[in-house]
Every structure is written in C-alpha cells, then in structure tokens.
Design a protein around this ligand. Structure first.
Ligand code: HEM
Length: 500
C-alpha cells in the first residue's frame, strides 16, 4: 500500500477506472438489494410467455462471495455450482465473485444443446481475464482460442479441414509413435511381479502431449534433435506453470494485481513472456530440422497459404491448449482404469482392436465424470429463447458439465463407471447422451478433439494390454479446479507386466 502514490503517478487512469468500477458495483448492490426466493414466475414478452430464471439469493455488497468462500473458493467452484443446481434446478442466475454481471448456469442436456443452437456465426466464449490483459498490455496477437469474428472463422475453417475432417491417418502415425515410446519407457522399468510406481506422472504426460503436438506440426524427425529435446524439457516445465499462475489470478482481479504490481501478476507475466518466447524459438528450430518428406500440419498450413507469422500464433496456442487438457484427461482415464481390475482384464482379453467398444466406453465414462473443462461459456449474440426461458443478448451462459455428467436424469447410476452404457443398443443407461460434452459441440468446439481422443485411445489401449495397473493413493481421489479439473492430491499409479 505504501507504493500506491507511485502507482497513481504511473497509471492514474487505470486506477481511477478501477475505483469507478468498484463504486458502480457497490452502488448497484446497495440500491438493488434483491432477495428473490427463486420461485418460477411467468413473464410475458410480446406474444411469448417465459418462465423466470431463478436468481440466487445474495447479500448487499458482497453478493454470494461468502457462500463461495465457505464452499472452499475457486478450486471448488464446480461443486459449489453443483449444489446450486440441486437447490435451484437446471437453470439459474448468479452474480459470481462480486462482479456486476450475471451468469446463467445451465445443466440440462436439452438447454445445453439449445445454447449451441443460439451461439451465432462467430461464437464468443469468455476468456480468462489475466490472459486478455496480458495480450492487451503486450500487444500480443494470439491463436485460435483468442481470435474473434472473421479472422477466427477463416482460420477455424482451415484447421477444421486439417485436424477434424477427412482422412487423418497421417496424424495417427505421429500419435502412435510418441505413445509407443512413452509406454515402452514404462515397460522397460518393470519386472514381473514387481510394481513400478510411475514417477512424476503429471510431468510425463505433459511432456508426451507436447511431443505429440510437435510431431503433428513438424514430424517425428524433430524429436531426434538433442537441442530440441532439451528445450522441450524446459518448455514443459514452464507451460505447466502457466496454469498454476493463471489459476491464482482467478481469485484476484488481474487488473488490480497488475496495477499494484503484485507478485502474482509479475510471476504470471514473466511466465507467459517465457512461454511465448520459447515456443517461438522451438518453432524456428523445428522449421529448420523438419523432414520435408513427412506429412505434417506445418506443410499443410503452408499449402493452405497461411502466413508464417499466423502459423506461429496458431501453433503456440495449440500447444498451450493441448498441454493441460490432454495431460489431465489422460491422468483421469488412467486413474479410472487403475481402480477397475476387472475392466483391465476384459480390455486385455479383447487384444485391443482399435475399434474396441469397451475402450471407447471407458474413455467416454472418464470424460463424463471428470470433464477437464467443467464449464463451457458462450455470450449469446442476440435475445434468445432457451426452452421456456428468455435470455437477453450478450448474457454469459455457462454450461455446467460437471453437474450434467453426474445427473441421474441423464445417466443411469451416474456415479458408476459403466463403459457398456455407451455400447450400441444400450441406450437405456444413457438417457441423454448430449449431457456429456467434454469437447463442447458447435462451431467453436475443441479443434483438438480428434488428436486428444486418438491419444487417449492409444495410451489407455497400450497400458491395458501390457500392464496391471494399481492406484496407490490411500485417500479417495477427488477433483478440484485449477483452470482445469485436476486430482486433489498427487496421483500415484503403479504398473506391472500383465501375465495373463
Ligand atoms: C481431452 C483433451 C481436451 C479437452 C477435454 C478439450 C476441451 C475443449 C473444450 C471444451 C473447448 C471449447 C471451449 C469453448 O468452447 O469455449 C476446447 C477448445 C479448444 N481446444 Fe481443446 N480440449 C482438449 C484437447 C485439445 C488439444 C489436444 C488441442 C490441440 C491440438 C486443443 C486445442 C483447442 C483449441 C485451439 C480450442 C479453441 C477452439 C476455438 O476457439 O475455435 N484441445 N477444448
């Protein structure tokens, strides 16, 4: 606080803007004290009758902040919202974190689908404030996730063609090769009848997902270069930290942290600087060392006339988007598998045909119960009708995937792992398949879905085939939110060669 006058001298406008914002929020709170009971009233707009969306009770000044803190804060947001849905139903409004804007939370399969039908031509999703601020301050042009409007649609169409549609065998070769190396490394450490605990599992899976992306982008050849290998070691560490730093700024306004030059902002800023610098360096090295004969995303983007600078922007964000999501989805799937010895046996007996329904069902179950992105957001571009509810233009709608995936009206015995529920002809155990949307749907859904699913199939298939897996954690493992859902304790898995 002693440094405040200096900051006022440096950035008076930003500080004043922030204070005005704070004052506005407080005034809103003081003069619109609202203790609605959440009951469903009917409202008429023109010809149509709508049902009121229940609004969460809040206190003057602090809103619902104390409730969230009592529930464990941001790391437990998915559980906090889950409890709200139980209280208010499949749709409700809440002003989270003391802000002035409402978010509408939605957890029913039909309403979620309706959101995607109303997302418009250029779907807009909420971006982490810390990242938007960083991009603004550093005048930084970013990849697909941060793009908007025509620029987004143009690049998205190109990437849809290259990463989601048509024959993608060229990509599978790279994924298989990287996964084979990882599993062989583990196998080499095991001896019959002796369990081997996989060390630094999180780091290893992180590294694997980044290697897969580099190979898809530039071919397997680049991984043979010792210099690239050592830079990837370092890069894995720092990309991994980005999520730690970003998640700290989820519980503190980034703008304020930046104005006050707090350590959480400085760490985040330094870390992102480093990630972007190293990613750029890796791309330059890879471009030099790639084999022109290999089929790669880089060549395909060049053939589609995407300029070099844009390729860099796209690649950096693909790596950042892939790192955490794939590493943690794989951790969750390995965890689920390790707790199901019978399932492991059945998978091994199947000899793992690549089309194994059982493996497919296991991965669907793990993504249903542990969606790494537990909320998907959309700003609706115009006034819309979702079921019998009216949603105003520009409202932020958040889909509560964690709740939807565990709802008994969507899935029979939702807490149980039942891969068979996804088999053809078993629809009685899945009442609403659209309640599990780990990659979202619609135009702005995950561009890496095909890559991630192939990775998961390849890793889980190889592990089930070769190992008996055990979970060594003594306490039950639960999930917390750290930008993505992660285990609440370090996951300890062991492998030993499968004998039968
Ligand atoms: C199991 C792993 C993954 C999960 C669960 C996942 C989930 C998601 C979800 C839910 C979205 C939509 C966000 C929104 O609509 O607001 C998304 C977007 C995105 N994902 Fe993934 N993802 C995974 C892996 C990957 C991989 C491997 C890549 C890179 C190859 C990737 C790249 C992206 C990008 C660039 C976007 C933004 C797309 C756009 O804005 O058009 N993801 N992901």
């Amino acid at each position: 606080m002693q440094r405040l006058p200096e900051i006022v001298r440096q950035q008076p406008c930003a500080l004043v803007r922030w204070l005005v914002h704070l004052l506005k929020v407080w005034l809103l709170r003081i003069f619109h004290i609202d203790f609605e009971d959440g009951s469903n009233n009917i409202k008429e707009t023109g010809e149509t009758k709508y049902v009121d969306i229940p609004r969460v009770k809040e206190l003057p000044l602090v809103g619902t902040l104390l409730d969230l803190i009592a529930a464990g804060g941001a790391p437990h947001l998915h559980k906090y919202i889950d409890a709200r849905h139980r209280q208010y139903g499949p749709i409700f409004r809440e002003r989270l974190g003391g802000g002035s804007q409402y978010a509408v939370f939605v957890a029913s399969a039909n309403l979620m689908r309706s959101v995607f039908l109303h997302e418009g031509q250029y779907p807009q999703h909420p971006l982490p404030d810390a990242w938007t601020l960083y991009n603004q301050l550093h005048d930084c042009q970013r990849g697909l996730f941060f793009m908007e409007g025509v620029e987004w649609l143009h690049n998205r169409r190109i990437l849809n063609r290259l990463l989601l549609n048509g024959n993608l065998n060229w990509m599978d070769v790279h994924i298989e090769s990287c996964t084979h190396q990882l599993v062989e490394k583990w196998r080499a450490k095991t001896q019959s009848n002796v369990s081997y605990e996989l060390p630094q599992l999180e780091q290893q899976l992180y590294r694997w997902s980044i290697e897969v992306l580099c190979c898809i982008m530039f071919g397997t050849n680049v991984l043979r270069c010792p210099k690239i290998q050592s830079i990837l070691d370092e890069f894995t560490q720092i990309v991994h930290k980005v999520f730690e730093h970003s998640s700290r700024l989820m519980t503190f306004p980034p703008r304020l942290a930046q104005i006050l030059r707090l350590r959480i902002w400085r760490d985040f800023e330094r870390n992102v600087d480093e990630v972007l610098r190293q990613a750029s360096f890796i791309i330059e090295l890879c471009m030099r060392d790639q084999d022109d004969q290999e089929e790669t995303l880089f060549h395909k983007l060049q053939s589609a006339d995407v300029p070099g600078e844009m390729i860099k922007r796209i690649f950096v964000d693909l790596v950042i988007a892939a790192g955490d999501t794939t590493a943690f989805s794989s951790q969750w799937a390995l965890y689920v598998l390790s707790t199901e010895p019978e399932l492991q046996k059945r998978l091994a007996q199947e000899q793992l045909a690549s089309e194994s329904q059982l493996l497919h069902g296991l991965i669907k179950e793990s993504l249903r119960l542990y969606p790494v992105a537990p909320f998907i957001g959309r700003y609706l571009p115009q006034d819309s009708q979702l079921g019998c509810y009216f949603i105003e233009k520009d409202t932020m709608v958040l889909l509560s995937l964690y709740t939807a995936g565990r709802d008994a009206s969507h899935f029979e015995q939702p807490q149980r792992i039942l891969p068979e529920r996804w088999f053809l002809g078993k629809s009685e155990q899945v009442h609403q398949a659209h309640a599990s949307l780990p990659f979202a749907i619609g135009q702005r859904s995950c561009i890496g879905r095909r890559v991630a699913l192939k990775q998961l199939h390849s890793l889980l298939g190889k592990c089930a085939n070769q190992f008996q897996m055990h979970c060594l954690n003594e306490q039950p493992v639960d999930c917390i939110l750290r930008m993505v859902t992660v285990p609440d304790q370090q996951l300890r898995l062991s492998v030993q060669p499968r004998l039968s």
